[in-house]
Design a binder for this molecule. Structure first.
Ligand SMILES: [Zn+2]
Length: 278
């Protein structure tokens, strides 16, 4: 049931603060899982990447922006600027509680015991940033992804131009579970994305302000191949995107996919992917 702005103001002023203006017209009846957001907390290590250090974006900042959108669960994703630091992630997941999970970056040298320790703190996936930052060979990615899956049941999340993955589809398809970030970044990558979806991959409907594609066309194509593949995320704070996440990105998904598919994309699909009870 849509909530009126008046009711919204009365019930939520203290939590929502100045972010209210951006949220008019959003229905709070929608349960939203944010499968991709970053917390940049200056109390923990942040490393420079290609000369860039992102501005802080604290858990408080994130909550102010997303509680009004109905976000009640999600995945905190380590960015290139976090390197292999786990301290911010451990602290953030401890505050957020059991409806939140982590996607992290770790070195190949991590022990099985350390993987298990992170698993116990609700880390659910390993991120490979092939687009920016760390570059591993696909064979290394496959063997590392298989190991963390065996040890901690983690899946692999890949940030890449899907077009660049074309020669590697057969190998990547054999992984127990992979997720491609930001709709695969380019429209040229669509055939590769669909091959991976046919093999069981999930695709993040995120980062519309950083991709180079016709977003509605991509959303439709992926959803047509599998209603269970797309998972919504804000990608907040949208570091280095051409334009940041906007509430209209949510509206776009709803308009393109319709209610029943959107319900899967905003809740059931990501809850299944991150192994939380739907
Ligand atoms: Zn991101």
């Amino acid at each position: 049931m849509p909530i009126s702005r008046r009711k919204f103001l009365v019930s939520g002023t203290s939590i929502l603060g100045s972010s209210l203006m951006g949220c008019v017209g959003i229905s709070l009846s929608q349960k939203v899982f944010d499968s991709h957001c970053h917390i940049i907390d200056p109390r923990y290590p942040i490393i420079e990447n290609q000369g860039y250090i992102p501005p802080p974006y604290t858990l408080n900042d994130y909550r102010q922006q997303t509680v009004p959108l109905g976000v009640s669960s999600g995945a905190i994703v380590s960015g290139s600027f976090h390197g292999f630091d786990q301290s911010y992630l451990k602290a953030t997941l401890a505050i957020l509680g059991p409806q939140w999970v982590g996607v992290t970056q770790v070195p190949n040298s991590i022990t099985d015991q350390e993987v298990l320790e992170l698993t116990n703190l609700r880390v659910r996936a390993l991120r490979f940033n092939i687009f920016r930052g760390r570059v591993d060979s696909v064979d290394e990615i496959v063997s590392f992804a298989n190991r963390v899956h065996q040890v901690g049941n983690w899946h692999a999340e890949i940030y890449a131009d899907a077009a660049a993955l074309a020669p590697h589809v057969a190998k990547l398809s054999k992984l127990p579970k992979i997720v491609i970030d930001h709709l695969g970044m380019t429209e040229k990558g669509l055939p590769v994305l669909l091959d991976l979806v046919d093999a069981g991959a999930c695709v993040k409907a995120t980062g519309f302000g950083r991709v180079n594609m016709n977003v509605p066309k991509m959303l439709e194509a992926v959803a047509r191949h599998s209603p269970n593949a797309l998972v919504f995320g804000t990608d907040l704070p949208s570091t280095r995107a051409k334009r940041p996440f906007d509430v209209s990105d949510i509206t776009l998904i709803k308009d393109v996919l319709g209610k029943s598919l959107s319900d899967l994309v905003f809740w059931n699909n990501p809850r299944n992917l991150y192994r939380l009870v739907v």
